[in-house]
Ligand binder design. Sequence first.
Ligand code: NDP
Length: 502
Amino acid sequence: MTKPREQDLRSERPTMTTNEGLPVGDNQNSRTAGRFGPITFDDFLLFEKTAHFNRERIPERVVHAKGSGAFGTFTVTNPEIAQKYCKAKLFETVGKQTEMVARFSTVGGEKGSADAERDPRGFALKFYTEEGNWDMVGNNTPVFFIRDPLKFSDFIHTQKRMPASGLKDPQMMWDFWSMAPESLHQVMILFSDRGIPATYRHMNGYSSHTFSVINHEGERFWIKIHCKTQQGIKNLRADEAQEVMGKDPDHARRDLNEAIEAGKFPKWKMFWQIMPEEEALGYRIHPFDLSKVWPHSDYPLTEVGEFELNRNPENFFAEIEQVAFSPVNIVPGIGYSPDKMLQGRLFSYPDAHRYRLGTNYQQIPVNKPKCPMHSYNKDGQMRVDGNSGGCPVYEPNTFAGPIARPEHTDPALKIDAEFVARFDDWHSGFEVDDYQQPGDLYRLMNEDQKEQLVENLTSSMESIPERIKKAVVPMWAKCDQDLGERLSKSLGVPIDEAAMMV
Ligand code: NDP
């Protein structure tokens, strides 16, 4: 809202109009047939207002519905990125700046849910580069619950509401996790001291997926992106979060908005872990498995740049509710990887935006690239950009329409191609150990962090059926015996591998 003015100078205020621009004479009284008569059918002002109001809501995102965002600037700090690894123009010189927008979110809750829920946080960045939009649509965790997109809708249903009662119930998620050991890594982070970030400013962001970058010589490298908060990591303990949710369900949105308003611009440094293409097949860990990290000792962080968020949205609906991030959005020099979850998201994100916002969602100003666009896609609902005027509507053509240029084709990716309809041997040649990395994380926690983890897991698992508890406790013991023993004690169930479902 614009700030209230000292004096209400009516003569300076614009005249109210209908959506079509017709000046409005009276916005307080509907038209009626006489003093006591019914409303007349020609009260188009009333009907326009009512009809528009009825259509104000668009479908909320099925995941990441509750979010907050701001605009900012990315600055390159490392010349090596352009020299050695990536030809994308946004990295071409140190000090080069690119405008961006960020949206942070919780995942499972509805649009009005509380910001302090125990839930991963979405960490989505859109960079408006001169070569098109580059989106990094990540989370505040380096891994995810599953590694195959075929499981995604099932997993998300466990985070939502019970079909009969409409209530949330931890039984669903623990039932699912008891049969999905690849989830343990993310579940441990979720129930650790970092499971509820204090604010959006005090958390890291990760691409989680492996992406690729291509240098000027056409060489490919695999990367994982890490964005480290410069405000320091701060978290809420479970009891603090309860209090915050009771006092202010929007606390993280408010914090981000007020910090920027006060000129305390939050900053993150961007780093990449970089793996030469040929090392992927020989690496002991599947490099495209989203439930695994690359240990820093194998692939250390290389600084890339930094970004700050320095401008609040002027209109939340227009710029944050309608912002449409998609991992499909890459620029020349950045590419995808064979990560199956990433491949699944390449379909699901644009599909979700077409459903929520319409076919031409890229024309909404916050989504619109800041570089010229020349495509043969045309028409569709809400086409508002002139629809390429009189340009040819097919390709190839001899009428000076846009053409594809071979220099924008990525180098070919070598694969050991043996087509199998549903490849249940995706991990052949790599370690398949879903217990080692969560165990590594547990072993680097201090005593207070271990206690918080056990308390948080216990309070989530207390109410679930005994047989699911019995199945899950030995899974935690496989990650780390000490963790298993603590949970066995707090939940009162034995560590019995025979009770495991996997
Ligand atoms: P390192 O000791 O080099 O790194 C440990 C990492 O764990 C740091 O990035 C640290 O983040 C992060 N961390 C610490 N506490 C938590 C927590 N409660 N939840 C999430 N992350 C946390 O070890 P490795 O690289 O060998 O990895 C060991 C384990 O650390 C992994 O199995 C994984 O669970 C976790 N981890 C690893 C990451 C990676 O990319 N290698 C990234 C994040 C977590 P910070 O430096 O910001 O404190």
